[in-house]
Design a protein around this ligand. Structure first.
Ligand code: HEC
Ligand code: HEC
Length: 303
């Protein structure tokens, strides 16, 4: 009996030893892939720092793209991962205050981060939803940047991103394309599909992208379902015509987003569904989103 145990002990010990030997190089591979994104073609946008552009940018940041949800109410940044799987990740301070990127970022840096998923220091950004922001049109992105450059400075130093084991391997080697977006973006064509501002399904599709609806409602908008124990965005329901909104009118949809109250009297949780900000979109914007949702097939809810 003892011998068997000892033998098992040696095998397990041997496996752990092998894993450690493999883990060290894999750790460095993952860390360097995360810290140095591949070279990408970028297309910096004209930034007009006039009042109209700043107002448009403020609207996009506050009511469409939910930047404050992750970067904090004052855009001074928030810690996102504090040691989970060996990683320290913040949604950085976007202002020009101490610890913020705003003072040193160029217009080209903003474009590279928001549409291409590459940070000012060349690292591959994680979690930041550039897979959706890649669709930002040149003019809307120019306006967003103009506004970002005008926000009040906030002093908040949180320190640099740190990549340790096992996250370096899980996020940098095995799950690189889930954890980052840089390889999934069509860099030469960012923003090219943006439609003209009008009550059309095409413009609605553009807004659904930059408003991150799919982040919480699933890629096909038929519901976001997290696996048992998985940590991820909120589980938004099916909003294609196959879900509950399929039975609503345009007016009921707009009222739901403006008030958080559905036609059946349900109150939407504002901690999960950011209706207080999304509901500030203009009539034209919400009508376009409705037109897009109505143009989708009636999908059964994801499960
Ligand atoms: C779901 C959360 C989330 C949302 C929404 C979000 N961000 Fe981020 N963002 C992050 C995280 C996390 C990082 C840092 C990633 C890293 O260090 O790898 C980041 C990084 C950035 C960077 C790169 C900063 C640097 O250090 O180089 C910029 C710029 C940025 N975000 C701007 C924005 C803007 C503008 C918006 C809205 C249009 C936005 N973000 C929305 C989570 C988010
Ligand atoms: C940060 C996550 C998140 C984002 C972004 C988000 N939603 Fe939601 N949404 C949810 C969640 C979660 C619920 C369910 C809330 C509840 O039941 O209290 C919800 C509910 C809804 C409902 C009510 C559906 C029903 O069956 O009652 C509609 C309509 C809706 N969202 C539309 C949208 C649209 C359109 C967008 C993009 C413009 C969007 N959502 C973006 C998380 C999100």
């Amino acid at each position: 009996m003892k011998r068997v145990l000892k033998w098992i002990g040696i095998v397990v010990g041997g496996l752990v030893g092998l894993l450690i030997i493999a883990a060290v190089p894999l750790h460095f591979v993952g860390k360097s892939r995360l810290n140095k994104a591949p070279e990408v073609v970028t297309r910096p946008v004209p930034v007009l720092n006039d009042a109209a552009a700043i107002a448009r940018g403020e609207h996009l940041l506050n009511s469409v793209s939910s930047c404050r949800l992750c970067h904090g109410n004052n855009l001074g940044g928030e810690v996102f991962m504090d040691g989970e799987i060996g990683l320290f990740v913040t949604a950085p301070n976007l202002t020009a205050g101490a610890g913020g990127i705003g003072a040193s970022y160029t217009d080209a840096d903003w474009e590279k981060a928001i549409r291409h998923g590459v940070g000012g220091d060349g690292r591959a950004l994680v979690i930041m939803p550039t897979n959706f922001f890649q669709h930002y049109s040149d003019s809307d992105l120019g306006a967003l940047i103009a506004y970002l450059k005008s926000v009040p400075p906030v002093d908040n130093e949180m320190g640099q991103r740190r990549i340790g084991l096992p996250g370096s391997i899980l996020g940098g080697v095995l799950g690189f394309d889930d954890f980052t977006n840089v390889n999934g973006i069509d860099h030469a064509n960012v923003g090219m599909s943006a439609a003209a501002e009008a009550v059309t399904a095409e413009y609605g599709n553009y807004l659904v992208n930059i408003a991150l609806c799919s982040e919480c409602h699933g890629a096909n908008l038929a519901g976001n379902v997290l696996a048992e124990g998985e940590d991820g965005p909120p589980e938004g329901p099916n909003i294609t015509p196959g879900g509950e909104p399929g039975g609503w009118s345009e007016e009921e949809f707009i009222t739901t987003l403006r008030t958080g109250q559905t036609p059946s009297g349900e109150r939407l949780d504002s901690e999960e569904m950011p209706w207080p900000t999304l509901g500030q979109m203009s009539d034209l914007e919400l009508q376009a989103i409705w037109a897009y949702l109505q143009s989708l097939p009636a999908l059964p809810s994801n499960s």
